[in-house]
Design a protein around this ligand. Structure first.
Ligand code: PMP
Length: 316
Protein backbone atom coordinates (compact mmCIF):
# COMPACT_ATOMS: atom_id res chain seq x y z
CA UNK A 1 0.00 0.00 0.00
CA UNK A 2 1.28 3.44 -0.95
CA UNK A 3 0.36 6.45 1.17
CA UNK A 4 0.66 10.05 0.06
CA UNK A 5 2.52 12.01 2.74
CA UNK A 6 3.46 15.62 2.26
CA UNK A 7 4.11 15.35 -1.44
CA UNK A 8 5.58 11.83 -1.58
CA UNK A 9 4.16 8.36 -2.06
CA UNK A 10 5.63 6.15 0.67
CA UNK A 11 5.04 2.56 1.81
CA UNK A 12 2.53 2.19 4.64
CA UNK A 13 5.32 1.43 7.17
CA UNK A 14 6.96 4.78 6.45
CA UNK A 15 3.73 6.77 6.64
CA UNK A 16 4.11 7.97 10.22
CA UNK A 17 3.15 11.19 11.95
CA UNK A 18 4.93 12.96 14.81
CA UNK A 19 3.51 12.60 18.33
CA UNK A 20 3.79 16.40 18.43
CA UNK A 21 1.37 16.74 15.51
CA UNK A 22 -1.59 18.80 16.71
CA UNK A 23 -3.90 16.49 14.83
CA UNK A 24 -2.81 13.81 17.32
CA UNK A 25 -2.52 16.05 20.38
CA UNK A 26 -5.70 18.13 19.90
CA UNK A 27 -7.74 16.77 16.99
CA UNK A 28 -6.65 19.94 15.20
CA UNK A 29 -7.24 19.23 11.55
CA UNK A 30 -9.73 18.40 8.82
CA UNK A 31 -10.49 15.36 6.72
CA UNK A 32 -12.54 13.89 3.90
CA UNK A 33 -13.93 10.43 3.23
CA UNK A 34 -14.33 9.76 -0.48
CA UNK A 35 -15.32 6.72 -2.56
CA UNK A 36 -13.94 5.34 -5.80
CA UNK A 37 -16.46 3.37 -7.82
CA UNK A 38 -15.28 1.42 -10.84
CA UNK A 39 -12.27 3.70 -11.18
CA UNK A 40 -14.26 6.94 -10.81
CA UNK A 41 -13.75 9.15 -7.74
CA UNK A 42 -17.26 10.24 -6.79
CA UNK A 43 -17.71 14.03 -6.71
CA UNK A 44 -14.03 14.67 -6.06
CA UNK A 45 -14.36 18.40 -6.68
CA UNK A 46 -17.07 18.71 -4.03
CA UNK A 47 -14.93 16.83 -1.50
CA UNK A 48 -11.87 18.96 -2.23
CA UNK A 49 -13.96 22.15 -1.96
CA UNK A 50 -15.39 21.04 1.40
CA UNK A 51 -11.89 20.21 2.68
CA UNK A 52 -10.57 23.67 1.82
CA UNK A 53 -13.65 25.37 3.27
CA UNK A 54 -13.27 23.42 6.53
CA UNK A 55 -9.57 24.32 6.68
CA UNK A 56 -10.23 28.01 6.00
CA UNK A 57 -12.69 28.21 8.90
CA UNK A 58 -10.07 26.65 11.18
CA UNK A 59 -7.43 29.07 9.81
CA UNK A 60 -5.49 25.98 8.76
CA UNK A 61 -3.28 26.61 5.75
CA UNK A 62 -3.17 23.65 3.39
CA UNK A 63 0.29 23.86 1.81
CA UNK A 64 -0.87 22.69 -1.63
CA UNK A 65 -3.49 24.10 -4.00
CA UNK A 66 -6.89 22.40 -4.55
CA UNK A 67 -5.63 21.31 -7.97
CA UNK A 68 -2.53 19.73 -6.40
CA UNK A 69 -4.75 18.06 -3.79
CA UNK A 70 -6.97 16.67 -6.57
CA UNK A 71 -3.88 15.33 -8.34
CA UNK A 72 -2.57 13.84 -5.07
CA UNK A 73 -5.84 11.94 -4.56
CA UNK A 74 -5.87 10.65 -8.15
CA UNK A 75 -2.18 9.77 -8.05
CA UNK A 76 -2.59 7.81 -4.80
CA UNK A 77 -5.63 5.93 -6.12
CA UNK A 78 -3.73 5.12 -9.32
CA UNK A 79 -0.60 3.99 -7.45
CA UNK A 80 -2.66 1.57 -5.36
CA UNK A 81 -4.53 0.36 -8.48
CA UNK A 82 -7.83 0.25 -6.62
CA UNK A 83 -11.01 0.53 -8.67
CA UNK A 84 -13.40 0.34 -5.73
CA UNK A 85 -12.04 1.89 -2.60
CA UNK A 86 -12.37 4.37 0.19
CA UNK A 87 -10.09 7.41 0.21
CA UNK A 88 -9.22 9.27 3.38
CA UNK A 89 -7.66 12.72 3.04
CA UNK A 90 -6.35 14.18 6.29
CA UNK A 91 -4.80 17.58 6.80
CA UNK A 92 -3.63 18.19 10.34
CA UNK A 93 -2.10 21.32 11.81
CA UNK A 94 1.28 19.60 11.83
CA UNK A 95 4.00 19.12 14.44
CA UNK A 96 4.33 21.83 17.06
CA UNK A 97 4.97 21.80 20.78
CA UNK A 98 2.78 20.68 23.67
CA UNK A 99 0.87 23.96 23.85
CA UNK A 100 -2.29 24.44 21.80
CA UNK A 101 -0.97 27.50 19.95
CA UNK A 102 -0.99 26.56 16.26
CA UNK A 103 1.54 29.27 15.44
CA UNK A 104 4.17 26.92 16.90
CA UNK A 105 3.40 24.29 14.26
CA UNK A 106 5.87 24.21 11.40
CA UNK A 107 3.31 23.36 8.72
CA UNK A 108 0.36 21.14 7.98
CA UNK A 109 0.66 17.38 7.53
CA UNK A 110 -1.13 16.20 4.37
CA UNK A 111 -2.01 12.52 4.05
CA UNK A 112 -4.01 10.57 1.47
CA UNK A 113 -4.85 6.93 2.17
CA UNK A 114 -6.59 4.66 -0.34
CA UNK A 115 -7.84 1.43 1.13
CA UNK A 116 -10.40 -1.30 0.61
CA UNK A 117 -13.85 -0.33 1.81
CA UNK A 118 -15.73 -2.39 4.37
CA UNK A 119 -19.27 -2.14 3.10
CA UNK A 120 -22.50 -2.38 5.01
CA UNK A 121 -23.87 -5.87 4.32
CA UNK A 122 -26.23 -5.84 1.32
CA UNK A 123 -28.97 -7.21 3.59
CA UNK A 124 -29.17 -3.82 5.31
CA UNK A 125 -30.31 -2.20 2.07
CA UNK A 126 -33.10 -4.77 1.74
CA UNK A 127 -34.18 -4.89 5.38
CA UNK A 128 -33.27 -1.46 6.73
CA UNK A 129 -31.77 -0.58 10.10
CA UNK A 130 -33.06 0.47 13.50
CA UNK A 131 -31.90 3.72 15.06
CA UNK A 132 -31.97 5.16 18.53
CA UNK A 133 -31.80 8.81 19.50
CA UNK A 134 -28.58 9.53 21.35
CA UNK A 135 -28.66 11.49 24.59
CA UNK A 136 -25.41 13.18 23.52
CA UNK A 137 -26.21 16.28 21.48
CA UNK A 138 -24.50 17.43 18.29
CA UNK A 139 -21.95 20.16 18.96
CA UNK A 140 -23.90 23.42 18.73
CA UNK A 141 -23.21 25.68 15.76
CA UNK A 142 -22.37 28.57 18.03
CA UNK A 143 -19.41 26.52 19.36
CA UNK A 144 -18.16 25.04 16.08
CA UNK A 145 -19.82 25.25 12.69
CA UNK A 146 -20.97 21.72 11.93
CA UNK A 147 -20.21 22.21 8.24
CA UNK A 148 -16.55 21.90 9.24
CA UNK A 149 -15.45 18.30 8.82
CA UNK A 150 -12.84 18.38 11.55
CA UNK A 151 -10.79 15.66 13.22
CA UNK A 152 -12.80 16.23 16.39
CA UNK A 153 -15.69 13.75 16.53
CA UNK A 154 -16.03 13.24 20.26
CA UNK A 155 -19.77 13.95 20.57
CA UNK A 156 -20.43 11.76 17.57
CA UNK A 157 -18.26 8.99 18.99
CA UNK A 158 -20.14 9.16 22.32
CA UNK A 159 -23.41 8.87 20.39
CA UNK A 160 -22.06 5.94 18.36
CA UNK A 161 -21.05 4.14 21.56
CA UNK A 162 -24.55 4.64 22.90
CA UNK A 163 -26.08 3.32 19.67
CA UNK A 164 -23.93 0.18 19.79
CA UNK A 165 -24.69 -0.37 23.50
CA UNK A 166 -28.38 -0.30 22.65
CA UNK A 167 -27.99 -2.66 19.71
CA UNK A 168 -28.21 -0.11 16.87
CA UNK A 169 -25.69 0.64 14.16
CA UNK A 170 -26.38 4.37 14.06
CA UNK A 171 -27.96 7.06 16.22
CA UNK A 172 -29.95 10.18 15.50
CA UNK A 173 -28.30 13.20 17.09
CA UNK A 174 -30.37 16.17 18.19
CA UNK A 175 -29.07 19.71 18.39
CA UNK A 176 -29.22 21.70 21.62
CA UNK A 177 -32.71 22.97 20.62
CA UNK A 178 -33.90 19.37 20.61
CA UNK A 179 -34.57 19.07 16.87
CA UNK A 180 -32.84 16.58 14.59
CA UNK A 181 -29.35 17.48 13.36
CA UNK A 182 -28.13 14.28 11.69
CA UNK A 183 -26.67 10.89 12.61
CA UNK A 184 -23.18 10.19 14.00
CA UNK A 185 -21.57 9.84 10.56
CA UNK A 186 -24.52 10.15 8.19
CA UNK A 187 -27.20 12.65 7.25
CA UNK A 188 -30.83 11.94 8.11
CA UNK A 189 -33.89 12.10 5.86
CA UNK A 190 -37.61 11.47 6.17
CA UNK A 191 -40.27 10.95 3.51
CA UNK A 192 -43.75 12.22 4.30
CA UNK A 193 -46.70 12.43 1.88
CA UNK A 194 -44.38 11.91 -1.10
CA UNK A 195 -41.95 14.63 -0.03
CA UNK A 196 -38.31 14.17 0.94
CA UNK A 197 -37.10 16.27 3.88
CA UNK A 198 -33.78 16.61 5.66
CA UNK A 199 -32.58 18.91 8.44
CA UNK A 200 -31.32 22.23 7.18
CA UNK A 201 -27.57 22.77 7.69
CA UNK A 202 -28.37 25.40 10.35
CA UNK A 203 -29.80 22.50 12.39
CA UNK A 204 -26.28 21.16 12.97
CA UNK A 205 -25.80 18.86 10.00
CA UNK A 206 -22.64 18.38 7.99
CA UNK A 207 -23.17 19.37 4.36
CA UNK A 208 -22.93 15.78 3.17
CA UNK A 209 -21.87 15.18 -0.42
CA UNK A 210 -24.26 12.21 -0.57
CA UNK A 211 -27.01 14.35 1.00
CA UNK A 212 -26.61 16.95 -1.77
CA UNK A 213 -26.62 14.24 -4.46
CA UNK A 214 -29.79 12.66 -3.02
CA UNK A 215 -31.59 16.02 -2.85
CA UNK A 216 -30.70 16.54 -6.53
CA UNK A 217 -31.79 13.02 -7.48
CA UNK A 218 -35.13 13.44 -5.70
CA UNK A 219 -35.86 16.72 -7.50
CA UNK A 220 -34.82 15.17 -10.82
CA UNK A 221 -37.29 12.34 -10.17
CA UNK A 222 -40.04 14.91 -9.57
CA UNK A 223 -40.10 14.29 -5.81
CA UNK A 224 -40.29 17.54 -3.83
CA UNK A 225 -37.22 17.75 -1.58
CA UNK A 226 -36.55 20.34 1.10
CA UNK A 227 -34.14 21.27 3.87
CA UNK A 228 -36.11 22.14 6.95
CA UNK A 229 -36.54 21.71 10.71
CA UNK A 230 -37.41 18.19 11.78
CA UNK A 231 -38.40 17.08 15.26
CA UNK A 232 -38.44 13.49 16.49
CA UNK A 233 -42.24 13.71 16.13
CA UNK A 234 -41.76 14.17 12.35
CA UNK A 235 -39.47 11.16 12.19
CA UNK A 236 -41.72 8.90 14.28
CA UNK A 237 -44.67 9.77 12.03
CA UNK A 238 -42.81 9.64 8.71
CA UNK A 239 -43.78 7.24 5.93
CA UNK A 240 -40.09 6.43 5.35
CA UNK A 241 -36.74 7.36 6.84
CA UNK A 242 -33.25 6.87 5.48
CA UNK A 243 -29.72 8.04 6.04
CA UNK A 244 -27.02 9.03 3.59
CA UNK A 245 -23.24 9.11 3.66
CA UNK A 246 -20.15 8.23 1.69
CA UNK A 247 -19.82 4.84 3.38
CA UNK A 248 -23.54 4.19 3.81
CA UNK A 249 -24.81 5.56 0.45
CA UNK A 250 -28.62 5.43 1.06
CA UNK A 251 -29.63 3.17 3.97
CA UNK A 252 -33.32 2.62 4.79
CA UNK A 253 -34.32 3.13 8.42
CA UNK A 254 -37.23 0.97 9.58
CA UNK A 255 -37.46 1.88 13.25
CA UNK A 256 -36.47 4.72 15.55
CA UNK A 257 -36.50 4.47 19.34
CA UNK A 258 -38.63 1.33 19.14
CA UNK A 259 -41.27 2.93 16.90
CA UNK A 260 -41.82 1.35 13.50
CA UNK A 261 -41.37 3.81 10.64
CA UNK A 262 -44.23 3.53 8.12
CA UNK A 263 -44.99 -0.15 7.70
CA UNK A 264 -41.61 -1.16 9.16
CA UNK A 265 -40.13 -1.96 5.75
CA UNK A 266 -37.85 0.08 3.46
CA UNK A 267 -40.08 2.43 1.48
CA UNK A 268 -40.43 2.91 -2.28
CA UNK A 269 -38.96 6.42 -2.41
CA UNK A 270 -35.90 5.29 -0.43
CA UNK A 271 -35.50 2.35 -2.84
CA UNK A 272 -35.81 4.65 -5.84
CA UNK A 273 -33.21 7.07 -4.47
CA UNK A 274 -30.81 4.24 -3.64
CA UNK A 275 -31.16 2.85 -7.17
CA UNK A 276 -30.66 6.29 -8.72
CA UNK A 277 -27.65 6.93 -6.48
CA UNK A 278 -26.06 3.66 -7.55
CA UNK A 279 -26.37 4.75 -11.19
CA UNK A 280 -24.98 8.19 -10.46
CA UNK A 281 -21.99 7.01 -8.43
CA UNK A 282 -20.12 5.51 -11.37
CA UNK A 283 -20.62 8.47 -13.68
CA UNK A 284 -20.46 11.61 -11.57
CA UNK A 285 -16.80 11.94 -10.72
CA UNK A 286 -13.21 12.02 -11.86
CA UNK A 287 -11.61 9.05 -13.54
CA UNK A 288 -8.42 7.70 -11.93
CA UNK A 289 -5.46 7.68 -14.35
CA UNK A 290 -4.37 4.10 -13.64
CA UNK A 291 -1.06 2.98 -15.07
CA UNK A 292 -1.73 1.09 -18.29
CA UNK A 293 -0.91 -2.57 -17.77
CA UNK A 294 0.77 -4.43 -20.65
CA UNK A 295 -2.47 -6.41 -21.23
CA UNK A 296 -4.49 -3.20 -21.63
CA UNK A 297 -1.93 -1.36 -23.75
CA UNK A 298 -3.00 -0.91 -27.39
CA UNK A 299 -1.44 -3.56 -29.59
CA UNK A 300 1.16 -2.30 -31.99
CA UNK A 301 1.45 -3.98 -35.34
CA UNK A 302 5.10 -4.85 -35.80
CA UNK A 303 6.65 -3.42 -38.95
CA UNK A 304 8.05 -6.80 -39.85
CA UNK A 305 5.81 -9.72 -39.12
CA UNK A 306 7.64 -12.51 -37.39
CA UNK A 307 7.28 -15.93 -38.80
CA UNK A 308 4.84 -18.43 -37.35
CA UNK A 309 5.50 -18.87 -33.69
CA UNK A 310 5.60 -22.33 -32.19
CA UNK A 311 3.98 -21.05 -28.96
CA UNK A 312 0.83 -19.10 -29.65
CA UNK A 313 -0.91 -17.46 -26.73
CA UNK A 314 -4.65 -17.11 -26.75
CA UNK A 315 -6.00 -13.63 -27.40
CA UNK A 316 -7.46 -12.06 -24.27
N1 PMP B 1 -22.52 13.68 8.90
C1 PMP B 1 -21.35 13.38 9.49
C2 PMP B 1 -21.14 13.80 10.90
C3 PMP B 1 -20.34 12.71 8.77
O1 PMP B 1 -19.18 12.43 9.34
C4 PMP B 1 -20.59 12.35 7.42
C5 PMP B 1 -19.52 11.66 6.63
N2 PMP B 1 -19.48 10.26 6.83
C6 PMP B 1 -21.84 12.65 6.87
C7 PMP B 1 -22.77 13.34 7.62
C8 PMP B 1 -22.16 12.28 5.45
O2 PMP B 1 -21.42 13.10 4.58
P1 PMP B 1 -20.94 12.57 3.16
O3 PMP B 1 -22.15 12.22 2.39
O4 PMP B 1 -20.19 13.72 2.57
O5 PMP B 1 -20.08 11.39 3.42
Amino acid sequence: MKIYMNGRLVPKEEATVSVFDHGFLYGDGVFEGIRVYEGVVFRLKEHVDRLYESARTLALKIPITPKEMTDAVLKTAAANEKRDAYIRVVVSRGAGDLGIDPSNCAGATVVVIVDAIKLYPEEIYRKGISLITASVRRTPLECMDTRVKSLNYLNNIMAKIQAKQLGSLEAVMLNTQGTIAECTADNFFIVKDGQVKTPDLTQGALGGITRAAVLELARKAGIPASETVLALHDAYNADECFLTGTGAEVVPVVSLDGREIGDGKPGPITARLLADFRKLRVTDGTRVPYPVSPRQAPKRTPAVRPGPSPRRTAAP
